[in-house]
Write a protein that binds this ligand. Structure first.
Ligand SMILES: [Mg+2]
Length: 374
């Protein structure tokens, strides 16, 4: 089997889960000489990053991959790293590596007739505990708590709220109000629901502030505190982790297995957040997964874009003993519900692990064309 054709496809779509903000991703479509088609995704987020990743895929990677056997996933991953070493110890090149690596694994699974999770030792569970991963956008704390309580009534046992997001929620800007919000949600959702607080880029704190807030949240009870400090404030994270009992989660904006190695070795993180559409694909993710196992940390997929990343994340999470939940966006949205023929839908708070070959998703190419941009 040989790779015959590679296309990079930047997409732009409105995201109802992000106040209808326009978001961007870059898909890759890889076709083989025996008629298989594999899909991969990079969570590029902005148009310029999508276009730049497309150039790296088509001008840098395509010439070295055409004619190769896509089942040689590690050899291909290394060849892509070698191609991009001068500009690619993280950054845009990792987007290109991520999308292509995912497509190779999709093709490997399809050609062998097995689901991706079997290529990593098999699923440890037939279904994963779903976490409603939401950006609240209403202005009133009570209204937001009421909305989240509906998910608890539907059977969800984990809810994560992003602070510092679009809309009228204004979470993350006033610490007393944030604490009142967390109390209201805990009261509305009941004790059986794990609640996670996730600080977005605009609202990350200084460490003393973060310690004060974390102590207040501890009185109410949260499952984890995500990205309360700026990405490279590892000294701050060391102080925070020593000062609080709540588990600290970070890592979603790192790029390479080497970055994660340093993060985990630094001893500042309990739950390692990682996106296969950014951290060099399924190969990159699995390397990090093995590090977290050896170091007794948890790993959590940052899957908040298309059903391609969701599929990759579900397979990898299911093959991983040290996971907690699988994150799902609550509202219907184009990249989950239009892009693939059978969207992932949680039932009673759980999400089934697919057993079809490869990623197990069938991409609708008309939808790819609908959202494509140049
Ligand atoms: Mg996050």
């Amino acid at each position: 089997m040989q790779i015959k054709k590679i296309e990079a496809l930047p997409l732009r779509y409105p995201e109802p889960n992000d106040h209808n903000n326009l978001r961007h991703i870059m898909l890759v479509r890889v076709e083989t000489d025996n008629g298989l088609v594999g899909w991969g995704e990079a969570i590029t987020m902005w148009p310029e990053a999508s276009r730049a990743a497309k150039i790296i895929v088509e001008d840098g990677m395509r010439p070295i991959l055409l004619g190769r056997d896509p089942r040689d996933t590690y050899a291909i991953w290394l060849a892509m790293k070698e191609q991009s070493w001068w500009y690619g110890y993280g950054g845009i090149a990792s987007f290109a590596v991520s999308a292509l690596d995912i497509a190779m694994w999709d093709l490997k699974g399809q050609s062998l007739g097995v689901p991706l999770h079997q290529l990593f030792g098999g699923k440890l569970t037939p279904r994963l505990r779903a976490c409603i991963s939401t950006h609240p956008s209403k202005s009133s704390i009570d209204d937001m708590a009421d909305e989240l309580a509906q998910y608890a009534r539907q059977g969800f046992t984990a809810i994560k709220c992003g602070f510092g997001k679009k809309g009228s929620a204004n979470l993350g800007y006033d610490q007393e109000r944030d604490i009142a919000f967390v109390k209201a949600v805990r009261a509305a959702c009941g004790p059986k629901v794990d609640f996670m607080v996730d600080y977005g880029h605009p609202v990350r704190m200084e460490v003393n502030q973060a310690i004060r807030v974390a102590h207040a949240y501890e009185e109410v009870g949260i499952r984890w505190l995500e990205d309360p400090l700026r990405t490279w404030d590892w000294e701050g994270y060391a102080r925070l982790r020593a000062a609080v009992k709540t588990q600290v989660c970070t890592g979603e904006d790192l790029w390479t297995p080497g970055d994660y190695h340093r993060l985990i070795k630094s001893g500042i993180v309990d739950i390692v957040m990682i996106d296969p559409g950014r951290a060099e694909g399924i190969t990159g993710y699995w390397k990090v997964q093995e590090m977290t196992t050896h170091e007794n940390r948890y790993i959590n997929a940052h899957a908040w874009s298309s059903a391609i990343i969701t599929a990759a994340s579900i397979h990898l999470t299911a093959a991983t003993p040290n996971h907690i939940v699988m994150e799902m966006k609550p509202y219907r949205n184009p990249m989950q519900h239009e892009l693939v023929k059978e969207p992932f839908e949680p039932h009673d708070g759980y999400i089934d692990v697919p057993d079809k070959p490869g990623l197990g998703v069938e991409v609708d190419e008309a939808v790819v064309r609908k959202y494509a941009f140049e």
